[in-house]
Every structure is written in structure tokens, then in C-alpha cells.
Design a protein around this ligand. Structure first.
Ligand code: NAD
Length: 475
């Protein structure tokens, strides 16, 4: 898949930049495709088109129903391309087929459909005595996304923004420009007016230009907490709106009464989904001392049994990491864990036999102290730490002893007790006997995991400004 142009102002335009992205399979280095690497000037051109489309309309001035009618047709066209999208994301970033088919394309498609449904739940205009309170679109939105769930993170911003009447410039991650260009192909065939959406893959320079551009009214970002901090500070200087979906280090609290079989089966998904390259991965398992050995043994057995290899092969549970650079980073944490004194009970440092791509061994560390770096820092790979606890109060303290606050879970036969534990955990989402983000309810982080929420009707509210128009008696 080779793309030579950018999607700007409703058409395919030759990029101003001469740089390109050369995407290669993280499994076997075969070429997957190329795409332009947009420059700051390309961002300027896309923002100018989005600004014009917002200021001159018609998009922001159409009714919500009219916008949803246009978007519904787009969603139908997207639905016809989900298998192609899933295949492409597997090739681009090594997401294993079982996860990609479930979450990388059907997921965003379902999210788009649900967002259109939520448009009915918003009180777009309300009379309060003689005042009309309306929800006006925020304006031009810059969307900056990561590579791990590239379409989900775009869809979670694009659709609420478009429903609200905003115009949008999307800057996808350098590792995954191709799925964004496929999205642009579908957009190019849609009835969206020119300038309403632009797709400009690019690196840090393009991202920084989008953040600092004075004609952008809001930045919607998913990525690392480090970049999120910088974006928040820059937006603050301009009093630009922003929402941030950042990293995580989620704790799964296994209670003394938990079914071991059910817990291990659940954590196979919740800890290792998408090769562990998931912001919500349950990467700290808190185990009660009285069942500690039994839990470690069962988790080690499960971790060692996960088939690793070609992500295109549905048999494999774990694929390669996205890039050589990211592999080095994850591998360095395996060395750090050993140096910190954690006990390797599955996997560990070293090459994966028979595989030449960006693979690490799927790893379980036991005897981890929550203050160790492997318990505090986001590793973003198939690496899980088991931490012993004395009683539930201790488990709650350990779970909350983190800079992050994105997700968490508890595993117990006593669901009511689970809910009480959930209330004590400072994370944006939490699961009882399972964890997977659901598109119907708000998703986002406490603490360094972010500001703002996606999913649910709440997502749409992130793209509106409240305006009170006085002197409008109810008819
Ligand atoms: P990253 O922060 O390195 O990059 C994310 C995006 O920001 C990319 O498009 C990148 O080009 C761009 N960028 C980098 N520096 C920038 C700058 N100074 N200004 C503007 N844009 C800039 O993150 P990543 O490695 O691509 O993704 C992994 C991270 O994303 C992890 O921390 C993960 O937890 C997080 N994530 C969070 C969620 C969530 O919903 N909370 C979901 C998925 C991923």
C-alpha cells in the first residue's frame, strides 16, 4: 500500500514535505507500504482548510441530525472495509490476529455507530427561563494518536468531534500511517464537505505544530504521559482546550476467595491483550500471601503457554513489538527487573528462539516490590509483575500507590465486596472478574493517566462550548 498524497481540504494533495514513512513488518521486515511524512507546513495547510470549513460552514451550522446522516453513510462504508483494516494493522504494528479482528477495526466501527446513537442523549439546546443554553462546537480540533490501537484512538475523537460540529486535523503516529490513509480513502468517498477532516501522518514536528497552531481550538491526544504533560503546558499558554488519554500501570487485585481458573483465564486477556501494548493492560497482579505460591504458579504456567510468533497466524496469542526501538525499551525492563531482584517465573531477558522480528519473551516476574521500577513504570509489552499483599487494605494501598490511574480490576466470588474495593481505587475504569473497556461508558484516567473522557455520550461533551443566549423566551 503506497500513498503519495495527503488527504487535505477534501482531496488528495501532494505533500509539501519530501519525507516519507517506509513501514515494514515487525515480524519479518517485509515492506508493508509507504506514506508521506507531513511537515509543519503540511499541518498549516490542513489547519487553514479546517479553519475555513469551520468558520464558513456548512458543517458546524448543519443540524446534528443532518451531520449524523452524512456520518452514517461513512460508517457503512467503513464497515465494508473492516477486514482490510484489521489485516493492515496486523502487518503494520504486529497486533495479533485474534485481537486485531476483534478490536482494531470492528472496535472502532462499533464505537462510531454507538457515538451516532449517543447524539440523541445530548441536551443540545435548553431553555432556562429567558435564556437559551446551547452546546456549540468547540471549533478546529487537532487529533494526535499513538500506534498501538491506531483506529480506536482516532475514532474515539473523530466521531464525537464531528457529531458536535467541529472540523478536524488528524495526525496519526509515525509507526502506523497506513491505516490512517485507508481511513482517508473512505473519507474521500464520503459526503463530508471539504476541509471537515484532514489526515496528515507525521512525526514530532508535525505534532508540535498542531499543538501550538493558533488557529486550532482544541487538542485531543492519546499517547505517553511525558508528551501529554508537554501538550497540556503548551495548550495552557494559549488557553487552548485539551483532552489527554495517557499511560497506565493497572493493578489486578486477586482476592483470597477468587476462582483461580477464572482469574487466570481473565488475566490472559486483560494483561496480555495486543502483546501487552495496551494502556489498560493489568500489569501488576496483587496476590494474597496465603495463596501466593499457587497464584504465581498458575500465572507462570499460563504465561509460558501463550504461543508467540507471526501475528497474522490466528494460533499465535502474542506477536512482535511494534519496532526495534520499542523492543529495546521493553527488553531493557526485563534486565531492570532482574537487577532489582524480582524473580523470573516465565520468560525473562534474551532472544526468542526461532524468531527474527521484534520479539521479547512473554514474561512474568514474581516477588516484586511495588516501589521497583518494573512496578511503577509503564513497560508497554508482554511483561507482568506479581506483588504479594497482606490484607485487602494493603492491596488497596498498593493499587493506589502509582502515578497512574487508568484502569484496574478485582477478582473475587463476592461481587458486592468487589464493588466496595472498586470505590476505593483511584482509576477511571475498573472491572470485577473481567476487564475490557466498554464504549458505552466514560473512559479515561485519574492522575497521570489523563484529563477528560472518551466513549459514551460524555465523549461528545468534550467537543462543545456552552453558550448562554439571553432574551430568548421559550416559544
Ligand atoms: P507517544 O506519546 O510517543 O506518541 C503519541 C503521538 O504523539 C504520536 O502521534 C507522536 O508522533 C506524537 N508526538 C510525540 N511527541 C509530540 C509532541 N511533542 N507534540 C505533539 N505530538 C507529539 O506515544 P506512543 O509511543 O505512540 O504510544 C504509547 C503510549 O500511548 C503509551 O503510554 C500508552 O499508554 C498510551 N496510550 C493511552 C491510551 C489511553 O486511552 N489512555 C490508549 C492507547 C495508548
Amino acid at each position: 500500500m503506497n500513498y503519495e498524497r495527503l488527504f487535505v481540504d477534501g482531496e488528495w494533495q501532494a505533500p509539501l514535505s519530501t519525507e516519507t514513512f517506509d513501514v515494514r513488518s515487525p515480524h519479518d521486515d517485509r515492506p508493508v507500504g509507504t506514506a508521506p511524512c507531513g511537515s509543519a507546513s503540511d499541518i498549516d495547510r490542513a489547519v487553514a482548510a479546517a479553519r475555513k470549513a469551520f468558520d464558513e460552514g456548512p458543517w458546524p451550522r448543519m443540524s446534528v441530525e443532518e451531520r449524523c446522516t452524512v456520518l452514517r453513510k461513512f460508517v457503512d462504508a467503513y464497515g465494508a472495509r473492516t477486514q482490510q483494516m484489521s489485516d493492515l494493522i496486523i502487518a503494520e504494528m504486529g497486533s495479533p490476529r485474534w485481537f486485531s479482528d476483534l478490536g482494531q477495526a470492528n472496535g472502532p466501527w462499533a464505537l462510531m455507530i454507538q457515538t451516532l446513537g449517543f447524539s440523541d442523549e445530548i441536551a443540545w439546546e435548553q431553555h432556562r427561563g429567558g435564556t437559551l443554553v446551547r452546546k456549540a462546537p468547540t471549533g478546529v480540533v487537532g487529533i494526535i494518536t499513538p500506534w498501538n490501537v491506531p483506529q480506536v484512538t482516532i475514532a474515539a475523537k473523530l466521531f464525537p468531534a464531528l457529531v458536535a460540529g467541529c472540523t478536524v486535523v488528524v495526525k496519526p503516529a509515525p509507526e502506523t500511517p497506513l491505516d490512517a490513509m485507508l481511513l482517508a480513502e473512505i473519507l474521500a468517498d464520503s459526503a463530508l464537505p471539504p476541509g471537515v477532516v484532514a489526515i496528515v501522518p507525521g512525526g514530532t514536528a508535525a505534532g508540535q505544530r498542531l499543538v501550538t497552531h493558533p488557529d486550532v481550538d482544541k487538542i485531543a491526544f492519546t499517547g505517553s504521559s511525558a508528551v501529554g504533560r508537554w501538550i497540556g503546558a503548551e495548550c495552557g499558554k494559549q488557553l487552548k482546550r485539551f483532552s489527554l488519554e495517557l499511560g497506565g500501570k493497572s493493578a489486578a487485585i486477586v482476592c483470597a476467595d477468587a476462582s483461580l481458573e477464572r482469574t487466570v483465564a481473565g488475566l490472559k486477556f486483560s494483561s496480555f491483550l495486543n502483546n501487552g501494548e495496551a494502556c489498560v493492560a493489568q500489569t501488576r497482579v496483587l496476590a494474597p500471601r496465603e495463596r501466593y505460591d499457587e497464584i504465581v504458579m498458575a500465572l507462570a504456567e499460563m504465561t509460558s503457554s501463550l504461543p508467540v510468533g507471526d501475528p497474522d497466524n490466528a494460533h499465535n496469542y502474542i506477536g512482535p513489538l511494534v519496532s526495534a526501538r520499542h523492543r529495546e525499551r521493553v527488553a531493557s525492563y526485563l534486565d531492570i527487573g532482574v537487577a532489582e531482584g524480582a524473580r523470573v517465573v516465565a520468560g525473562g531477558p534474551g532472544e526468542v528462539d526461532g524468531l527474527t522480528g521484534h520479539y521479547v519473551k512473554t514474561t512474568l516476574f514474581a516477588d516484586v516490590d511495588n516501589r521497583m521500577r518494573i512496578a511503577q513504570e509503564e513497560i508497554f509489552g508482554p511483561v507482568v509483575a506479581v506483588i504479594p499483599y497482606d490484607d485487602i487494605d494493603h492491596a488497596v494501598r498498593l493499587a493506589n500507590d502509582s502515578d497512574f490511574g487508568l484502569a484496574g480490576s478485582v477478582w473475587t466470588k463476592d461481587r458486592a465486596a468487589g464493588v466496595e474495593i472498586a470505590r476505593r481505587i483511584r482509576t477511571g475504569t475498573f472491572g470485577i472478574n473481567a476487564y475490557a473497556p466498554g464504549f458505552e461508558s466514560p473512559f479515561g484516567g485519574f492522575k497521570a493517566s489523563g484529563i477528560g473522557r472518551e466513549y459514551g455520550p460524555e465523549a461528545i461533551e468534550e467537543y462543545v462550548e456552552l453558550q448562554s443566549i439571553q432574551g430568548v423566551p421559550e416559544a
